[in-house]
Ligand binder design. Structure first.
Ligand code: XUL
Length: 556
């Protein structure tokens, strides 16, 4: 491998609402960022927040839009003066669980891309389905129950794959397509995750799926990181193994050199390597986590992420959260809670009660007392993941002086000024009520809360998080590009290992690197954290009531 002078590493993040590119240098400092927003920059695809909602909980994104976004991103990077020939490695991440269906012509089309034309030349010919089901989809409840039954129940599936069946996980998405569109399924040569679809474009051939993101499919054995035959059979029949391709690969490996399309069209260096991309959440962990930290990602989804170091004992398994394999370190894991109603639900409250203005929203939060005088509001515009499939708005009151013993009452509404605080408190109390259950038994208490994603820029949200969790809150100094920067670090990791003959661990690479974290909030008063601690119990009872109401009467 010839050395590239003063190399840069490109991380690409294909998220729900947009595509970002981040370049880091050898010191892992961010030197460039560009972005494309799907709704704003590519309005002809008529997406709302990057997605198209169909009947029965179906949610997809047009694959052609993602191709066009890639071309536009490259244009923007070129215009900004990026020297493509200095990029030594490309990696990145994709929103988890989304899947792309390649046609029988795909390999040929990828191998013979015309460098004078944009990437949209691949569509529609290279795909057997024009739209990719994405993580917001909730249309596969039937398939979830069938899959769990096939392997002995939800805990058995969680033991095997790290998660019980979830509607958005790729295995049940594939199972549904096989049932409802057998022709398209038969016409599919390969299935990629969003994270393996992206490197396929750069390689000019279909890339293998990466282990950490494969943990979001309900198809891989979470301990061995190999496809599980019985699960493949249950979801996609005997033909699925060939459609998934080789066994999942670990991050930090080299998939190949960049295809000539990119060297000719954009001036990439032919020596540039392509490394496996991972999911957005694992990439955020790579970018931000040190052992003992919790990461709260306040993006389109809200996720809580904890790194679980390699241990001799088998990792804890859960039925209410997810266990993912770690993208850089064999035998290490990530524990994750994921909520669908994150930023979009908060935006909805801002628009309804604060004239769409964050300063007004923040002022309302600050004017209302912590705990909203014993009132809780639940806001689920989309069918939620935790608790599963609840939808609608629900309000409750209880005696804040006796939170654990007093009765809770369902009420019709909250005072109009109470909603901005109520959504933050209920979203964060939901996480607080679950943290203990996902920490491995031997784990020391969590030390820091690292916040990332759009919502982490809001000082009022940071403060509430500090008070509710009773933890000091930090952000990455270089900005909010958690996932994309993590992707760039994965590119650098693959390059660094390749430079030393394929040897070296991630921990060795980052040892001694300065930490770029800045403290932005700390618990204001002990009494506030104690108040929120006492709210966990009534929170749980109200949440159980929401689950009961949705099960009995359908969504509110
Ligand atoms: C994780 C999940 C979301 C997506 C989009 O399980 O569904 O966080 O990765 O960000």
């Amino acid at each position: 491998m010839a050395a590239i002078h003063d190399p840069l590493f490109l991380g690409l993040d294909l998220s729900t609402q947009g595509l970002k590119g981040v370049l880091i240098n050898e010191d892992s400092a961010v030197v460039h960022e560009s972005a494309v927003n799907f709704d704003r920059d590519l309005p002809s695809y008529r997406t709302t927040n990057g997605a198209i909602r169909g009947p029965g909980g179906q949610v997809t994104s047009p694959v052609k839009m993602w191709l066009e976004a890639m071309d536009l991103l490259m244009h923007r990077m070129k215009q900004a003066g990026v020297e493509f020939d200095r990029i030594a490695a490309v990696s990145g991440d994709g929103q988890q669980h989304g899947s792309v269906y390649w046609s029988q012509d795909a390999e040929h089309a990828l191998a013979s891309l015309d460098a004078t034309a944009p990437l949209t030349q691949l569509s529609p010919g290279a795909f057997s389905l024009p739209d990719a089901p994405i993580w917001q989809d909730s249309s596969t409840t039937r398939e979830c129950r069938e899959l769990e039954e096939a392997v002995g129940g939800p805990q058995a599936l969680a033991d095997l794959t790290g998660s019980r069946a979830y509607e958005r996980f790729t295995g049940t998405q594939i199972k549904k397509i096989r049932r409802t569109d057998p022709e398209a399924y038969a016409a599919t040569s390969r299935i990629s995750l969003v994270s393996s679809w992206l490197p396929s474009l750069f390689l000019g051939k279909i890339a293998p799926i990466e282990c950490s993101d494969a943990s979001g499919m309900n198809l891989m054995d979470i301990i061995t990181c190999k496809w599980d035959e019985a699960l493949l059979l249950a979801c996609g029949g005997p033909e699925l193994a060939a459609k998934l391709g080789p066994e999942p690969v670990l991050g930090g490996t080299v998939l190949g050199n960049i295809a000539s399309y990119w060297t000719e069209r954009w001036g990439f260096n032919p020596e540039c390597i392509v490394a496996p991309f991972t999911g957005d959440n694992p990439a955020t962990v790579v970018s931000l986590s040190t052992p003992g930290d919790a990461i709260l990602s306040l993006g389109t989804s809200t996720t809580l992420l904890l790194s679980i170091p390699p241990a001799d004992t088998a990792p804890v398994r859960f039925t209410t959260s997810h266990l993912l394999s770690y993208p850089t370190t064999p035998d290490a894991h990530i524990a994750m809670l994921c909520y669908k109603n994150g930023a979009l639900a908060r935006d909805h409250i801002r628009d309804t009660y604060a004239d769409g203005d964050w300063s007004k929203y923040n002022a309302l939060v600050q004017q209302t007392p912590a705990g909203n005088d014993g009132k809780l509001g639940f806001y689920f515009p989309l069918p939620e993941i935790i608790p599963p499939n609840v939808q609608g708005e629900f309000f409750f009151a209880f005696d804040a002086a006796q939170p654990s013993t007093g009765a809770i009452a369902r009420i019709d509404a909250l005072p109009l000024t109470a909603h901005p605080r109520a959504i933050l408190e209920s979203q964060l109390l939901s996480i607080k009520s679950r943290i203990a259950a996902i920490l491995p038994p031997s784990a020391p208490p969590l030390q820091r809360l690292i916040v990332t994603g759009g919502g982490s820029a809001n000082a009022v949200i940071r403060q509430i998080a500090a008070d509710i969790f009773g933890m000091h809150v930090f952000v990455a100094d270089g900005g909010q590009q958690g996932a994309a920067a993590g992707g760039a670090v994965l590119a650098k990791f693959a390059w660094w290992r390749a430079m030393q003959g394929g040897r070296g661990t991630y921990e060795e690479m980052v040892a001694g690197q300065p930490e770029r974290m800045r403290e932005v909030a700390k618990p204001e008063k002990h009494e506030l954290t104690a108040l929120y601690e006492s709210f966990v119990e009534p929170y749980r009872r109200c949440e159980d009531e929401v689950v009961r109401l949705c099960a009995n009467f359908g969504s509110a």
